[in-house]
Ligand binder design. Structure first.
Ligand SMILES: [Zn+2]
Length: 390
């Protein structure tokens, strides 16, 4: 139909590493005889992201030069902006087992069939201390991203990937759209501009408001919940998805909004992860990206606005996607509507503001937060989930 020109992927071309047809048969036959490397949950997420082009222009796990370039300068060696290294850390035991193999089959812990073949270009020592400080701004092992880093292998195996199959998922099949699929969906709907919203939480009124503010100035909204590994105390994926569906059913315009799954694992790297998230959403076809306060943060490792300010360090056009910076928002009883400190002149006494801890306590006691804070449909789902949890 359309005169819609989609936004270019990062680096210009959408990467697709999935091999098909006769080539796939040959690759599967080859993979069967290669040394195998079992991937953990996080590496599987990275594999999936790489395979479908969510991490375009990357075509595999990054090598040493790019690794250090990203840590040092938030750019690849070719000058393209990139904020978090995507590497495959391997334990000494695994390293010994694969020996000097030039190709390795990658398998999931729960699957016998190889998912991909890694053409090993190089092996290099992972500088974990440098990576922790560069990416996470801390080497505190209590930080969940730093902990995952320190738990990973000390040697990185790098090289390009040829993918046989995406990691199997039994859930949310209808929402697992690849970047090619979201791009096609946007074009079909005639959306020239699309705002992406990253979330790892149920959506309450405040985030609904940010999304709808953004939607006032663009054609479409992609609510893009991250469904890879998160902290164990985050709300489980199936519960979150039911909340998103309830919200969409009751309150979102169907011709202007859609849900897709972002298969990434959470790093909790705050500012750097905001950049990484934005670039990935560009690959999914988004032209705009919502960056709230403390985006991808955890605990008090990052300043409230660090994840917004970091965008200023890139030249205009370098990222290619427009960040939309938002304040926290709330219902104000005197404004009689949702607002933020940018738009509401009143003080906290007039604003419906609840801490995360307070909300969790209420839900656990079977009590719905005020409708100005949380849609009742969403609150009911969270209360039922907590009850089932016991
Ligand atoms: Zn007000």
């Amino acid at each position: 139909m359309s005169d819609v020109t989609p936004i270019a992927p990062h680096g210009g071309a959408l990467v697709d590493l999935v091999v098909t047809g006769d080539d796939a048969d040959a690759l599967a036959a080859e993979a069967a005889n290669l040394p195998k490397l079992t991937l953990g949950e996080r590496e599987l997420s990275d594999l999936e992201m790489l395979a479908v082009g969510a991490l375009s222009p990357l075509t595999g796990f990054q090598g040493e030069a790019d690794y250090h370039a990203v840590l040092d300068s938030m750019h690849l060696t070719d000058g393209l902006a990139w904020a978090i290294p995507v590497v495959l850390g391997v334990s000494d035991e695994d390293l010994h087992r694969i020996g000097g193999a030039s190709s390795v089959a990658l398998v999931a812990a729960d699957g016998a069939e190889p998912l991909a073949v890694l053409r090993v270009g190089e092996r290099f020592a992972r500088d974990k201390a440098k990576e922790a400080i560069s990416v996470y701004r801390t080497d505190d092992p209590e930080h969940p991203g730093v902990k995952a880093l320190f738990d990973a292998g000390d040697t990185c195996v790098a090289g390009s990937l040829e993918v046989l199959a995406l990691p199997a998922h039994g859930d949310f099949v209808n929402y697992r759209l690849t970047p090619a699929q979201t791009r096609a969906a946007f074009a079909e709907r005639g959306w020239r501009t699309v705002v992406g919203f990253q979330t790892r939480n149920p959506i309450h009124r405040a985030h609904e408001y940010l999304q709808k503010c953004a939607l006032e100035i663009v054609d479409g909204l992609l609510v893009h919940p991250l469904m890879g590994a998160t902290k164990s105390d985050d709300v489980p994926p199936d519960v979150r998805m039911r909340c998103y569906e309830a919200l969409f059913d009751g309150y979102y315009p169907k011709d202007r909004s859609m849900i897709g799954i972002f298969p990434a694992a959470m790093r909790y790297a705050g500012p750097r992860e905001a950049i990484w998230h934005a670039i990935a959403r560009k690959n999914y076809g988004c032209t705009h990206f919502i960056v709230g306060r403390d985006h991808a943060g955890v605990g008090s490792y990052y300043g409230t606005y660090d994840a917004q300010r970091i965008f200023e360090g890139f030249a205009p056009g370098e990222l290619g996607i427009t960040p939309l910076m938002f304040e926290h928002s709330f219902y104000c009883v005197r404004c009689e509507g949702m607002a933020s400190p940018k738009t509401c002149p009143h003080d906290d006494a007039d604003r419906v503001i609840l801490s995360g801890t307070k909300v969790r306590d209420m839900l656990r006691n079977g009590e719905r937060p005020p409708v100005e804070f949380s849609r009742p449909e969403v609150a009911n789902i969270l209360i039922a989930a907590m009850r089932a949890e016991g």
